[in-house]
Design a binder for this molecule. Structure first.
Ligand code: 3BY
Ligand code: FES
Ligand code: FE
Length: 417
């Protein structure tokens, strides 16, 4: 049944207090969910996969976003294409959910047949005057940025994706994600609103209490900004991390590996941040002992000591290390359910059991993703409780959440709410 609400979405946006989490309705209401899907998942660029999801011509996979179903495929010329999974005859779905290999796209209903470019090549019984040329599958704006696939469902995609491309094409080149292999992937459906999933990912305030596996290798640089709140031991460690981070960043930059933080978080449509992070302990990778999980390094990498190129946007977060990468993205399913899809990438020639151990490779982020899923469910249950009142973000550890909430409100406004 359709819910009705006493206040408008605009009134909810007005009610958001600076420095505080969002009013409950922005996390829980169905009308807000529909607006979010339209604004943030149709009118903005979103990450929906990696080139190596479809390594060979004819490889195809279906990605659903709300009622929209997309076919991501590699055509016969090796180009990535994304098109709507809607037949141009009477609209039937062409492909079912999941991965497949196709030489052409044949509609199961009346066998209209499309080339991998989307062109209609066969449509029986349509008469002499029928023009196939104007019945190609509808294409979607798509960009591969260092092998990460971004799409925008709008006819007028935001231009400021150019900054993300400019920054990341160079940073991601040595990892050659285009030619990597998906060693493992996992879908988790979180029982919470997508904005809680993103907020949770933008802070590590919760890490020490919740992520023992991740904390072996992950260095939270935000905590150090509040040295007075730390015990003398934690303070000494934070100072050590900061000194190491400064030193490594200087070194890496001098060696030609762009490392410094770049962000585009305000007054923009395309929201992202990247930074080359240091890895704690053995310093190589996000594994149980911080040593590399794969002996074959990614792409043209020859070193394991180049840290963790961290990139996040409004629906994704990624870690690129010498031996492997972890790519995660988010697709909202309803106001209180969110799909988190995670992929672990290794060199395309790396062989499981020979070059890498799958458990070592996936251990940290499998555990972290499960732990985060519980936190998001817990968080959603609380914000849906009538007793919830928006609370203050930490000015040290949660500044990126405040930036996200502010960007969210700005973008809703920009789209007429
Ligand atoms: O905990 C998370 O989900 C991510 C990874 C590290 C901290 N945070 C940004
Ligand atoms: Fe696809 Fe008829 S709906 S061929
Ligand atoms: Fe977490």
């Amino acid at each position: 049944m359709l819910q009705t609400f006493a206040s408008s979405i605009s009134a909810l946006l007005d009610a958001r207090a600076e420095g505080h989490s969002l009013p409950a309705g922005l996390y829980t209401r169905e009308d807000v969910f529909e607006a979010d899907l339209d604004v943030f998942f149709r009118q903005h660029w979103i990450c929906i996969g990696v080139e190596c999801d479809v390594p060979e011509p004819g490889d195809a996979t279906v990605v659903d976003i709300g009622k929209t179903s997309l076919i991501l495929l590699r055509d016969d010329d090796g180009e990535i294409r994304v098109m709507h999974n809607v037949c141009r005859h009477r609209g039937a779905r062409l492909l079912d959910a999941g991965k497949t290999i196709v030489s052409k796209l044949v509609c199961p209903y009346h066998t209209w047949t499309y080339e991998l470019t989307g062109e209609l090549s066969y449509a029986p019984h349509m008469g002499k005057g029928f023009d196939k040329e104007c019945r190609s599958l509808r294409q979607v704006a798509c960009k591969s940025i260092g092998g990460l696939i971004y799409i925008c469902l709008s006819d007028d995609p935001p231009q400021d994706i150019a900054r993300l491309e400019e920054v990341m094409a160079e940073r991601l080149a040595p990892y050659d994600i285009r030619n990597a292999k998906v060693a493992h992937e996992c879908d988790v459906i979180e029982q919470g609103n997508w904005k809680l999933t993103i907020e949770n990912n933008r802070e590590c305030y919760h890490c020490s209490a919740n992520h023992p596996e991740l904390c072996v290798s992950f260095v939270d640089l935000d905590f150090g900004f509040d040295p007075d709140a730390l015990s003398p031991e934690d303070r000494a460690q934070a100072e050590e991390h900061f000194a190491l981070y400064a030193e490594r960043t200087r070194q890496w930059e001098a060696e030609g590996y762009p490392s410094c933080a770049v962000e585009q978080l305000a007054d923009c449509a395309t929201n992202f941040r990247t930074q080359r992070l240091i890895i704690a302990g053995a310093g190589e990778s996000q594994t149980p002992d911080a040593t590399a999980a794969s002996s074959k390094l990614l792409g043209t990498m020859t070193r394991k000591d180049l840290g963790d190129t961290h990139l996040w946007g409004h629906n994704s977060w990624n870690h690129f290390m010498g031996d492997h990468a972890v790519v995660s993205f988010v697709i909202p399913l309803s106001a209180d359910r969110t799909l988190v899809r995670t992929k672990w990438l290794v060199h395309k020639d790396a062989v499981e059991g020979v070059d890498y151990d799958l458990d070592k490779l996936t251990n940290v982020w499998t555990a972290t993703t499960d732990q985060d899923s519980e936190l998001v469910a817990r968080s959603h249950a609380g914000v849906a409780d009538p007793a919830y009142v928006p609370g203050p973000y930490s000015p040290f550890s949660e500044t990126n959440l405040d930036k996200f909430a502010t960007w969210y409100i700005d973008r809703m406004r920009a789209h007429g709410y």
